[in-house]
Design a binder for this molecule. Sequence first.
Ligand code: MOS
Length: 726
Amino acid sequence: MPARLDAPLKVTGSAKYGVDHNFPDMVYGYVVVSTIAHGEIESMDVTAVKSAPGVLGVYTPFDPLVMNAAMSPSFGETWVPLRSKKVVYVGQPIGFVVAETFEQARDAAMLVEVGYRQLPALTSLPDGLATAEAAVPAHVDTPPEIAVLADGVESIEDALAASPVVVDATYSTAPQHHTPMEPHSAVAVWESGRLTVYSGNQGANLQAVELATALELDPAAVRAVNPFVGGAFGGKARTSAPAFLAAAASRALGRPVKASLTREQVFTATAGRAATVQRITLGAERDGTLVALRHDSWSSTDIERSFIEPTSHGTSREWYATPNLAISQKVVPLHLPPPTFMRAPGEAPGSFALESAMDELAEALGMDPIELRQRNNSLAPPGKDLQWSSKHLDECFRIGAERFGWAERSPRGRADGDWLVGMGTAVAMFPALRFPASVGITLNADDTADVQTSGADPGTGLLTVLSLVGAESLDIAPERITPRLGDSALPPGGMSGGSTATASAGTAIMAGAAKVIDELLALASAPGAPFAGEEVTYADGRVHGGVPGDGRTMTFGEVLRAVGRPSLTAVGSSAPGEEMTKHSFSSFGAQFVEVRVHRLTREARVSRMLGVFDGGRVINDQAARSQLKGGMIWGVSAALHEGFEVESSGRFANADLAGYLIPVNADIPDIDVHFVEYPDTLHNDIGARGLGEIGTVGMAAAVANAIFNATGIRVRHIPIRIEDLL
Ligand code: MOS
């Protein structure tokens, strides 16, 4: 069995993604997007479009497809295209042209003439957001603030004023995009009043509900299928514009419709990551003990205020022990595409600020950055009573320092020929969550078993996890398990997001396996069955009779055949429960980076990196490692490559894969990933806490800290470019 079941299919090109599906009479849709950032569509002239060759349908806000606002089970109201003449960003879907061929649809779409009434647009965060002098702009919302103060302390300002050492710095992070390899796309097919949509997304059953709401259908009449997803990272949690449009147009035209965003449209007609500005103020004793921590954040959001990048208080809050903590989070609505969850939402940009500031504090104290972090290790989230269920961050640092050769680090870096070499470190942390999930377990008469859930595998390895945990729970070889996922017709597995899928689905598998084994034993010992009236047990995929040592056993397949059953199915479900009242849950890690900055050209290159992670039990070593490596690469990308260049018009100047920089192989050295493995059965029965997103957390700060170590230059924004190091 390959370490990743889907690997051979993916590398040979035989995995069928959404738009790889073809049907007789299928036609093609092309999305038209806005070219202004803010205004009202006054007219859309589609006369030429309608008479263009092959055109079958032209849909605009003046002549829309029949769709409602969609309610998502996870996200509330989900944006459905073409329902408004209001334009609130460049690249917003405003039309849909369907034709016999893709080329005809694309050609015709170019003929749409749009008349706008243009309005002033705000397309970047105002300067000086974090300075006391800056007037708070009227467009800034203020969600509730969080403050924890020690007894007798009046305010965070007092606590900071009383601190012997203070670091006060403002950091900023660029707006980003998930840039999944598979563009958001769909094929929609209607058959006898039932809709099937093939579209890469993070949760088939959730997409089916959203589509049913938008199209006013019985949820049972909608099937969403996504056995393969070409990257998602939070950007495919909601139903995409092409999926809504293809489904509605297919209904209107009575033909299967295929639609995909172009690469450029992916950057705007879907959601990305907000820009942030974060001011961190740390107050400490001279020995490094934190006295006070203040974290004020401003993040961009869309005009509808649909998402707040939770830099400082989403789910994990801050991660150091401190008697005084103050957190505020403000949003600035801009005329830019909406932000949404993007891998380690909040923690990724938040950790750049916090972990850079901790490095600045270590510098101010003349203290080793690891020692400073260990001194402020927390037993529980600040201001909360519930202790972490399992935390081995100190061990991560101990092992990491040893493996990485941290002892060689000098406070002022070192030179190697023309290269200035520095080392940096940072804490990684990501909350351990679980979502409700159901998994069906079927024992078959041929001694195989099926493990099935609607949940998605967006490259995370869930398919293999179903097989491995299924095999373990049924006590049979993984080769005998047939895992299936990515189909809303299967038991509802919820969303692959929040680094939860292994813990959520895994726990449900265990529950389902226990149930199906109970039913098997009841069947085996029922009157007339092979073990009638006996005390039976289950092990090794076999039912064992009640007389110990008499050796009478049958495989589950033999039992099923004996009682004339082709199969036996049970559905197991799991959801967060009582454990939430007993402990706090998080995964932890220590990131290490070595950077080389060229003395003359000032280019910065990551030359070594190591992550040591404490994420509970590892179910599939290869998949877990690969998730973490991907996350760490993403962190390097955030630090040195990625970011939208927003023109004042609100257009992205680099909305393509040539201009939107992400690392290539030459940018990434060998990556060392190490696990300290303490199964966390306080969190869930399989003891796995989730490793999907933590890999990126802390990395950008570790790179910036290594650059400081190498050059003495502290860069407080990402991405860090050559011009920052001149
Ligand atoms: Mo993710 S940002 O948990 O899909």
